[in-house]
Design a protein around this ligand. Structure first.
Ligand code: CA
Length: 676
């Protein structure tokens, strides 16, 4: 996520430099008062309906009074009843019960704090809401399950390096008329099969199957603040990094935001359709901050508690969005854990991508991963291992990239590989290894070995990281672009201003070959496989569909790119040598050729030796030439080497020629050969 922060803070964020500074203080003196609060972790928080009626329990230890307001509607009108709630000082909760099962009704809580009545809130545990999420809805969740839901299951994942992530946004994927999809911008878009572009190319879920990705990572789908759900004809676009209700889906992605069941049912239908296609669903979760400060549901239920502050009581702002949450406070830690568990249980979610994960503490993240593993060991947890500003949480407690070895079953994004391959993310004109800028070779190697200790990688020459921070390749997600910053296409247009798109597409292929053959988990941004762009807009979080929607005409136009990406994914899936599971395996089987980067820059060559990770190929030679010149690489003596990737083509079935002695690698291209 990056939406409001300045270039400076963004630069600190992405390089990790800002986050390496020692924190000025431990958790602030102001926040120490909240550590004294009694906590409550029962499953009946806020709402339960049983045979005896409807029961409410709000955690709010310092409220002077709490009122429960009951409504007939999700918006407008007055409560048909307001009930006082009863305090239980031992756990800080307030309760009220009604004898009837109030299905179809709505409710809010309202608390008196320091002698004043605060605004109404649906609480923090609303699992269903009315339009715009202002009131919680009382529904029977069992009614929202699609047919066959009980048997629904996501793909089994043995090792997280087997996952291939496709990052997408609901509107990007289906809004363009060229998508041929009926439910444009909706959860249901991903349930439609047989859709095509005007040129007859597959779109939607069929496109994902054709490409071969294993998981989609969908930008925020919980209820967020910025889109008016009562005015959808405006077609307002937002990424959704402005959380409002963490445990209900976003209404604008449903066909009827005013019916609280619809968004839940349709999101489940989407999950099921993807699962039926063999594709896992990863949620982008943003527990690190709230859209509003004082107006957030956290503040309206337990003022001060859920956010962090500096000593003087000001909100601290490690998110760059005005506030940050306090995972180190027990009730907030439990909240995050219970919330992801809820999504995994109720919606069968297969993975969680934590936005600005380093705002959370290591202990919380470890508990998140451990608890999710108990529900489903295939659930993949990863996040941005940085913050967007300083935090009162000490650096050694933050879930930073540099601390990933202290976390179990959690991965972080490699900004090392990203910036080294394509050039600096925020300096549009800057080039990288794949676009001919020397000096990035060692950092690309850090990416290739998934930031693990390797005898041939000199971390002192790393651009972003100076030590092997990962102890396993399962801790690293490799990518060259995502929703943040310029798309790869736009980056190549800005950094290669005098080149043709054909030359840029060659560079894109080289860049993604590095991503898809590196150790760790590969991650790509939706539409890059057809060379989509965002018209040069680097921060499109609220840009219109005309900027963000993928134009599916590009698929026929750039069919050659699509085939190359398909080939990369097929290569990776067929060859476990690219998906090793331990640092020891990588150090043993991956050998770099000695190339003096001072004399021959932008050239990396390595061999995956000895049927690495049980591969059917004995030895695999991988060569990346990011320079403008053809390079010749010597091939070890012995059996003939068979090329499967060469000069922008991939052919796993028939191969691309056999070589002995040496092989020539054309400018800005990758060559991959194997021998038995
Ligand atoms: Ca919303």
């Amino acid at each position: 996520m990056r939406k409001t922060m300045s270039i400076l803070s963004a630069a600190l964020l992405m390089t990790g430099i800002g986050t390496l500074c020692p924190s000025a203080s431990a958790r602030s003196n102001y926040d120490k008062q909240f550590a004294e609060y009694p906590t409550y972790n029962g499953e009946d928080l806020e709402l339960t309906v049983d045979k005896d009626g409807t029961h409410f329990r709000l955690w709010s230890p310092k409220a002077q009074e709490v009122k429960l307001n009951l409504y007939n509607t999700g918006l407008n009108g007055k409560p048909y009843e307001s009930l006082p709630m009863t305090f239980h000082p031992e756990n800080g909760t307030w309760t009220a019960s009604v004898k009837d099962q109030l299905y179809g009704k709505y409710y809010t809580f309202q608390m008196k704090h320091d002698g004043k009545w605060l605004s109404e809130t649906p609480g923090v545990w609303a699992k269903a809401v009315g339009a715009n999420g202002k009131r919680a809805a009382i529904i029977n969740l069992a009614n929202t399950n699609p047919e066959g839901w009980a048997a629904d299951k996501g793909p089994k994942v043995d090792n997280f390096t087997d996952v291939i992530v496709y990052e997408m946004h609901h509107r990007d994927f289906s809004m363009s008329p060229s998508s041929g999809i009926a439910n444009k911008g909706k959860f249901l878009a991903l349930t439609e099969t047989g859709t095509t572009s005007p040129d007859g190319e597959m779109t939607g879920i069929d496109h994902l199957k054709e490409l071969g990705v294993t998981h989609v990572h969908i930008l925020p789908s919980y209820d967020y603040n910025s889109v008016d759900e009562t005015n959808l004809q405006d077609n307002t676009y937002n990424w959704g990094y402005d959380p409002q209700n963490y445990n209900a889906p976003e209404g604008s992605y449903s066909t009827n935001p005013s019916n609280p069941e619809t968004r839940i049912k349709e999101m489940k239908e989407m999950v099921k359709a993807l699962h039926d296609a063999g594709i896992g669903v990863i949620m982008d979760v943003v527990y690190n901050h709230t859209a509003e400060n004082d107006g957030s549901n956290f503040e309206l239920t337990a003022p001060g508690y859920y956010h962090r502050h500096w000593d003087d009581g000001r909100y601290s702002d490690a998110s760059g969005c005005g506030n940050e949450t306090a995972s180190d406070q027990q009730q907030m830690r439990d909240y995050i854990i219970n919330s992801v568990k809820y999504w995994a249980d109720e919606y069968h979610i297969d993975g969680f991508r934590f936005d600005l994960m380093a705002i959370h503490d290591i202990e919380t993240m470890n508990q998140v991963a451990a608890d999710l593993k108990k529900i489903n060991p295939s659930i993949f947890v990863y996040g941005e291992g940085w913050t967007a500003g300083d935090s009162p949480l000490p650096a050694e407690q933050r879930a930073l990239k540099e601390n990933v070895a202290k976390m179990t079953d959690i991965a972080v994004f490699s900004d090392d590989l990203r910036d080294a391959v394509k050039g600096h993310y925020s300096n549009a004109e800057d080039r990288g290894f794949a676009t001919g800028k020397p000096g990035n070779e060692e950092t690309v190697k850090i990416g290739i070995v998934a930031a693990t200790a390797h005898p041939q990688v000199d971390y002192s020459k790393g651009n972003n990281s100076k030590f092997p921070y990962a102890s396993s390749p399962e801790m690293i997600v490799n990518y060259v672009s995502c929703h943040d910053d310029l798309t790869l296409t736009d980056k190549l247009r800005k950094s290669m201003p005098n080149a043709s798109d054909e030359e840029r597409m060659a560079a894109a292929k080289l860049a993604q070959t590095i991503v898809f053959t590196s150790q760790g988990t590969p991650f790509m941004f939706a539409g890059e496989e057809i060379f989509r762009d965002k018209k040069g807009v680097h921060n499109s979080y609220k840009s219109p569909d005309s900027i963000n929607a993928i134009d599916w005409h590009l698929k026929a136009l750039n069919r050659d790119q699509m085939d190359y990406y398909k080939g990369l994914i097929a290569l990776r899936k067929a060859h476990p040598a690219f998906r090793m599971t331990s640092a020891e395996q990588i150090a043993k089987h991956l050998k770099f050729d000695n190339i003096d980067s001072e004399k021959i820059p932008n050239l990396i060559s390595y061999t995956l030796k000895g049927n690495a990770n049980g591969d059917t190929w004995k030895d695999i030679k991988v060569i990346f030439n990011g320079s403008d010149e053809e390079q010749t690489i010597k091939l070890p003596k012995g059996n003939m080497w068979n090329a499967v990737v060469k000069e922008g083509k991939i052919n796993l079935e028939e191969g691309l020629g056999s070589f002995k002695g040496s092989v020539k690698v054309s400018p800005r291209s990758a060559t991959i050969l194997y021998r038995q």
